[in-house]
Write a protein that binds this ligand. Structure first.
Ligand code: DLL
Length: 434
């Protein structure tokens, strides 16, 4: 079993000592090896010996995705290419992707981080694991791949897409664990149910999901559909990929690999630290990374931290499931909305499927929200009265929960696009109208 007990259960004092020492190392390393940081730290008047406590991190200016883009492709690398052994990139929807590089040492740590989290989630060397993240520049597939090999599991590098073939492997190879985005896991389940094979032909018991949000309601649907136990994994390419934090079998927060990453929660507007236990934006400082170290990286993800030791025995801080991204938050007629809130409303209703899309428009001076949602049983479309009744019911629920009016567009089963990677839930047409 891959349980690094001496590290994963150490006292808060010990964790903080390691973090302080590594934070100083990282500041010094960035200063000496990345001209971008030399300039930034000089301007802020920060040097490694000015960092006397973890609290002093507040004097370090944050790093943003724009900084990575401005230094595209390798400008923030701290090692010469000779020492970089792998490159990944995140698929930004706009502009250039952000590019990251790993040294051999970074890759070793990455597999350790993943091996720890997969073990905490209940995966073992007896598992046959099908990886249905896309292999390629995306970090998800290779991240999980090496971590799972490290714990001795049997890895099937199936990638995403070609769902029927993936399901054939699942049945024929006796796959016990699925690695995918929650939306793809759900789509795979829907496809499995549409085939002639009984669900008892599938042996899935564990899902290592992540890379996008998943409401508790959607998770329950995936678990019931497949008959598995689902866990959540968080990470981002800039920081490493998956392996930053993940749920253990207790599922009460995602354990942060705190000896490698230092998390902070700040107010996204003022960047002031938020009191412990309050929601805010997650900033992360890498503590050992050589290829592309990052100081106070602005993840834009909204979450909170819990420092209580977990029932599983691990003491590393737990982060709550990501509530949304500060830049994904939709502001509609002054009301802040995360797509996940609408998802919770929809998934609680029997007649509609969990596939949905939100279309935001600007009409005149007002923003409008259209919720496109799919029927479970398309024959309902034959009854105008029933559809109207359902539309009213959904819009009333959304109004009660979120306090906004929206248009409900009910469509036939199977019409809303399915995604093999991260689902795209929001189509914001306002930018085009501006
Ligand atoms: O999604 C890395 C990853 C791969 C994590 C596989 C877990 C499993 P990026 O493509 O760079 O990296 O996207 C990072 O995705 O800032 C979050 O907004 C979102 N995200 C990642 N994991 C979760 C999660 C990978 N478990 C961005 N819940 C992050 C909610 C998540 N959002």
């Amino acid at each position: 079993m891959f349980f690094q007990k001496d590290i994963e259960t150490m006292s808060r004092k010990q964790i903080e000592e390691i973090q302080l020492e590594r934070l100083k190392w990282t500041v010094d390393y960035c200063y000496k090896n990345v001209p971008f940081y030399t300039k930034k730290l000089d301007e802020a008047g920060v040097t490694a010996d000015k960092i006397k406590s973890l609290d002093d991190i507040k004097y370090i200016p944050p790093t943003t995705k724009a900084d990575l883009r401005d230094n595209y492709p390798f400008g923030l690398f701290a090692k010469p290419m000779k020492e970089i052994v792998r490159i990944h990139a995140s698929s930004g929807t706009t502009g250039k992707p952000t590019v990251v590089g790993y040294t051999k040492h970074d890759l070793d740590i990455w597999s350790d981080c993943m091996a720890r989290l997969c073990t905490a989630a209940g995966a073992t060397s007896d598992d046959i694991v099908q990886i249905s993240f896309g292999y390629g520049m995306f970090t998800g597939a290779l991240g999980l791949h090496y971590g799972l090999e490290k714990i001795g599991a049997t890895v099937i590098p199936n990638s995403s897409g070609n769902t029927e073939k993936a399901l054939m492997y699942m049945r024929d190879f006796g796959t016990t664990t699925l690695v995918a985005t929650p939306s793809y896991a759900l789509y795979m389940c829907e496809t499995a149910k549409s085939l002639e094979y009984p669900m008892s032909d599938y042996k899935l018991r564990l899902g290592l999901f992540g890379s996008e949000g998943c409401t508790p309601e959607m998770r329950t649907q995936i678990e019931n559909g497949w008959g598995l136990f689902a866990t959540d994994n968080y990470g981002m390419s800039e920081l490493m990929g998956p392996g930053v934090s993940g749920e253990c079998i207790e599922r009460c927060g995602l354990h942060f690999n705190e000896d490698y990453f230092l998390p902070e929660i700040v107010d996204p507007d003022t960047l002031e630290a938020r009191p412990e236990g309050e929601y805010g934006e997650l900033l992360v400082t890498t503590l050992t990374k050589e290829g592309i170290p990052l100081l106070r990286y602005r993840t834009r993800d909204i979450t909170k931290l819990n420092y209580e030791p977990c029932k599983c025995g691990r003491t590393h801080v737990r982060m709550e499931k990501v509530q949304g991204r500060s830049d994904d938050m939709l502001k509609i007629r002054g009301v802040n909305i995360f797509p996940s809130q609408i998802e919770s409303v929809l998934i609680g209703m029997d007649q509609v499927s969990p596939h949905y899309q939100l279309v935001v428009r600007r009409e005149g001076f007002a923003d409008t929200l259209e919720v496109q949602v799919e029927l479970v049983d398309s024959s309902l479309l034959d009854s105008y009265g029933k559809i109207q009744e359902l539309q009213k019911k959904i819009s009333k629920r959304i109004q009660t929960v979120l306090g906004i009016q929206c248009k409900i567009n009910i469509v036939e089963h199977g019409t809303i696009e399915r995604f093999v990677g991260k689902a795209k839930r929001v189509i914001d047409l306002r930018k085009e109208n501006k």
